[in-house]
Design a binder for this molecule. Structure first.
Ligand SMILES: Nc1nc2c(ncn2[C@@H]2O[C@H](COP(=O)(O)OP(=O)(O)OP(=O)(O)O)[C@@H](O)[C@H]2O)c(=O)[nH]1
Ligand SMILES: [Mg+2]
Length: 676
């Protein structure tokens, strides 16, 4: 099939676009990238993922886990045109990387395995592409594998995608007999041998399947075009000459989902995929904030240069490498641009393509191109680089909620600094890794996207930084507050030679809403405590609250009134009133006793309604209380619940298992409540 596409840019000026390969774990994305590079002449022979000889996916942890862990890339040329292929990890733990690749992708190849078909995690990646509004081409892979089943896979796709699904190809044979494909529009067979592809007539045994699949292609075309739909409904089937341009337009606009097929490891059908991608990928406008409003940036090769960083790699030799997409303009070596976030200048000393792990120097990059640049002073993923003075800022997408939180323990506390530094280095490359310091256990806590993400993080700490850590469940933060109002006295009287220390305070300590800020009331009359010492009393009370009540937790939810006191003209001091304040507070807490409070989080979860029962059941053992269930018409339901923090450190992960990765959840602090 030849699709004529109007050239957006003069042919002398190569077009560059970006393609993300997405799909569930193990469907063959890394193998497909390899095959696309071979099919377009960039490599003589394909390497293999399982032999550790592939272009991408070769860092030691990727080899150990036999899976991609981050965005990897290679450029390919189709004629004059350049496509930067972005390989992404399939495991849901690393979906943050898929999201970042989709932010810069002009088109996504959603790879599905003909062996496993359409499964829940396929749906999760499909949803990511939909949310990012990136047009999708489906590639049904592994048709050479033993249990490959194209029809079942296509059926699964039809169920999910609906009438916009447009199969362009059919496999000839499957498994060991997989020999080539049928081009449905051209109505011809393409078979492959050692000399490459050959065209010929469609084998008769495929006639039945062809007519069924072809009608689903025709439907997809006419459905998207009103005038064709009308004629089709009246029984008039449009001619090939009418269908072809309509199909190509619909694909370019992302209004239908073309399905192609082949085998990545045998290189079948891959050449056709490369041609198709080149024909349909157009640079998508990029959203940004200009002058406070969201705008779409033009992809103009003659415009002012704008670059967007989407990936950071820390190379042991080269150092920090920032990978950026050229949003507009054409840049050359040594150009200086301003980081719109930091407002500081960044000089791009050397431009490179990334070919797997290898940097290949280039002297120019056009709109749509991807460049890797080392030695920038402070550029992180998401930053925009532009001409000085341009009022531009990136649109920030909300970060995904971590799936689980884990406390890290080192052999000795002395290592904590070293671990902290090492983790921050890892987080530079991995924006899904969050590090915080837990004030209660005084430990480092990491928020990660799942067990594999955690494991890989620990392996990297060991290999790169020689740091060994054990993990533990993080402790949920508890507080305490006074059970009833009490009046108390704090009396400091010391005479240790020289001049002594003297201060007396009388306090009333009463419970208020535990979420309300601390209140201190000065009710002193007649100077029983001189003005200059009142601040010190308050200070002493607050220090004692922070140090913890009788049960050892920070104290909150108090109103403390300074009722009365005594002072001495020589022996009183700020320090003395500070201590007396602390003593008075402790006395009140001890006489009234305290109650323990826990933090309750507001958990908002949106997911397909079919999972409602299971999601609600799962909240019970976590002591969750549902406050709202909102079924706003579509297939999703939103549940808002109050759940104690202690039940949530693996919530993201459990929810993912229950909803097959189809839930979105936000967790925010809500209130403090007495532990039941
Ligand atoms: N038979 C057959 N095997 C394939 C094909 N494509 C990939 N494989 C094998 O499937 C396994 C996984 O392939 P990868 O390319 O690593 O899959 P991936 O989608 O990159 O996986 P993740 O990075 O983990 O998401 C490897 O052992 C490949 O050799 C194919 O077309 N046919
Ligand atoms: Mg991979």
């Amino acid at each position: 099939m030849r699709i004529e596409v109007p050239m957006v840019i003069a042919p002398s000026h190569p077009r560059a676009r970006t393609v993300a390969l997405i799909g569930r774990n193990g469907v063959g994305k890394t193998s497909l990238l390899e095959a696309l590079v071979v099919a377009t002449g960039g490599l003589e022979r394909p390497g293999r993922v399982d032999a550790g000889t592939a272009l991408c996916g070769n860092d030691p942890e990727e080899r150990r886990h036999q899976m991609s862990l981050g965005i990897a890339m290679a450029p390919v040329w189709v004629g004059e045109d350049k496509l930067t292929l972005l390989d992404t990890p399939g495991l849901i733990d690393f979906h943050g990387e898929v999201e970042r690749a989709l932010e810069v992708a002009d088109v996504a190849v959603l790879v599905v395995s003909a062996v496993d078909g359409v499964q829940a995690d396929f749906v999760a990646t499909w949803n990511l592409a939909q949310e990012a509004r990136v047009p999708v081409v489906v590639f049904v892979n592994a048709l050479d594998a033993e249990r490959a089943d194209f029809e079942a896979t296509l059926h699964g796709l039809e169920q999910l995608v609906g009438p916009t699904l447009a199969p362009l190809e059919l496999p000839i044979g499957q498994g060991a007999n997989f020999a080539g494909i049928v081009d449905l529009l051209a109505d011809e067979a393409i078979t492959y041998d050692a000399h490459g592809p050959h065209r010929g007539p469609v084998p008769p045994e495929l006639a039945d399947l062809e007519s069924r699949v072809r009608s689903s292609l025709l439907e997809a075309i006419v459905v998207a075009d009103d005038s064709l739909t009308e004629r089709y409904l009246e029984g008039d089937i449009p001619t090939m000459e009418e269908l072809e341009p309509a199909l190509s337009e619909l694909m370019i606009e992302g209004r239908i989902v073309p399905v192609t097929c082949g085998s990545a490891t045998r290189g079948l059908g891959v050449d056709r995929l490369a041609t198709l991608l080149d024909e349909i990928a157009i640079s998508r406008p990029i959203p940004a904030i200009a002058g406070g409003d969201e705008v779409l940036l033009d992809r103009d090769p003659h415009g002012d240069p704008v670059l967007r960083a989407f990936k950071v790699i820390v190379d042991p030799y080269v150092g920090r490498i920032v990978v950026m997409e050229v949003v507009s303009g054409t840049i050359t070596n040594d150009v200086t641009l301003t980081n719109t976030r930091t407002r500081s200048d960044e000089r791009l000393h050397g431009l490179n393509h990334l070919f797997g792990a290898k940097l290949v120097p280039v002297d120019k990059a056009v709109t749509g191109d991807v460049v890797a640049v080392a030695k920038l002073s402070d550029v992180v993923a998401g930053d925009l680089l532009a001409k000085k003075g341009l009022d531009l800022a990136p649109v920030h997408t909300a970060p995904a909620t971590p799936a689980m939180s884990v406390a890290l323990e080192s052999a000795s506390h002395d290592d904590d600094d070293k671990i902290g530094t090492a983790l921050h280095r890892l987080a530079e490359e991995d924006p899904s890794l969050h590090i915080r310091h837990d004030p209660i256990s005084r430990r480092l806590v990491v928020d990660v996207m799942g067990d594999t993400h955690l494991q890989v993080t620990l392996e990297r700490l060991r290999r790169r930084f020689n740091v060994e850590v054990a993990t533990a469940t993080p402790e949920a933060q508890l507080f305490e507050t006074i059970a009833a109002t009490r009046e108390s006295e704090g009396r400091l009287k010391k005479q240790t030679g020289g001049h002594g220390q003297f201060a007396v305070v009388n306090l009333r300590v009463e419970p208020i809403d535990p979420d309300a800020p601390f209140e201190f009331v000065d009710a002193i009359v007649g100077g029983a405590v001189p003005r200059q010492y009142i601040g010190a009393v308050r200070n002493g009370v607050e220090k004692a609250m922070a140090r913890g009540g009788p049960k050892g937790y920070p104290v909150v939810g108090l109103r403390v009134t300074l009722l009365d006191g005594k002072f001495h003209s020589v022996d009183s001091s700020e320090a003395a009133f500070d201590t007396a304040g602390s003593m008075g507070l402790r006395a009140a807490l001890e006489s009234a006793e305290t109650v323990v409070l826990e933090r309750v989080m507001e958990v908002t979860t949106t997911f397909p309604t079919a999972f409602l029962g299971e999601v609600l059941n799962d909240l019970k053992p976590r002591r969750g209380r549902v406050v709202k269930t909102d079924q706003s018409g579509d297939a999703n339901v939103t549940v808002v619940a109050y759940v104690p923090e202690a039940g949530l450190h693996r919530y993201g992960l459990d929810l993912r298992a229950i909803t097959a990765g189809r839930a979105r959840v936000t967790i925010v602090r809500h209130h403090l409540a007495v532990v039941a």
